[in-house]
Design a protein around this ligand. Structure first.
Ligand SMILES: [Zn+2]
Ligand SMILES: [Zn+2]
Length: 186
């Protein structure tokens, strides 16, 4: 880090500690939701970010790190819809780790878990492709007290995950049985 950057950083820290906007050092009372910037500075900042992401997207780069994104499909790992910005494989795991384990740092564990599962959905056995249908399921759902821990997490086909939703594994199997037995009646 250059001396200049260091001075800026220290200045921002000072402003932040005083409860002022870290860019213009003015009072940021007008913008209570935002922790660091006043309204006009946060608008500027967000626009800059958006432009940066759009620029990266055009060049097939990952929005987060700027490396080339090699994922063929870039679907949101939970909704299954197309993502707004491209992402690289590593940042995909980082996003998943942040979302499901509360920190980006466990991304390697998630990657390993997918390898342990041989890239297959733990419920249906379907082949999982990251950026396409690989999503993470809380085996015991959060809503039933399931924890955000690697032991309570498994890679799951997005479609299966959406149907399982807040069910426990047992309830989900029961649902499947109901569906199949009803099919026999018809
Ligand atoms: Zn400002
Ligand atoms: Zn990346």
């Amino acid at each position: 880090m250059s001396r200049y950057q260091n001075v800026i950083l220290k200045g921002r820290e000072k402003a932040f500690n005083k409860g002022l906007c870290i860019d213009c050092w003015k009072d940021k009372e007008s913008n209570r939701k935002e922790k660091q910037r006043c309204l006009s500075c946060s608008t500027n900042y967000n626009n800059k970010l958006k432009n940066k992401f759009a620029e990266r997207n055009k060049e097939n780069q990952c929005w987060a790190c700027g490396n080339k994104s090699t994922l063929k499909n870039n679907l949101n790992f939970f909704s299954g819809k197309k993502r707004k910005w491209l992402v690289c494989e590593k940042c995909f795991f980082k996003e998943a780790s942040k979302k499901h384990l509360g920190t980006q740092k466990k991304w390697q564990e998630l990657k390993n878990l997918l390898e342990i599962q041989k890239n297959k959905c733990y419920i249906s056995g379907r082949k999982l492709i990251i950026g396409k249908n690989a999503s993470i399921d809380h085996i015991n759902p959060r809503s039933l007290g399931g924890k955000d821990s690697i032991e309570n997490i498994a890679w799951c086909d997005t479609q299966i995950n959406l149907i399982k939703n807040k069910l426990s594994l047992k309830e989900f199997y029961k649902l499947c049985e109901e569906v199949v037995s009803n099919k026999k009646i018809l």
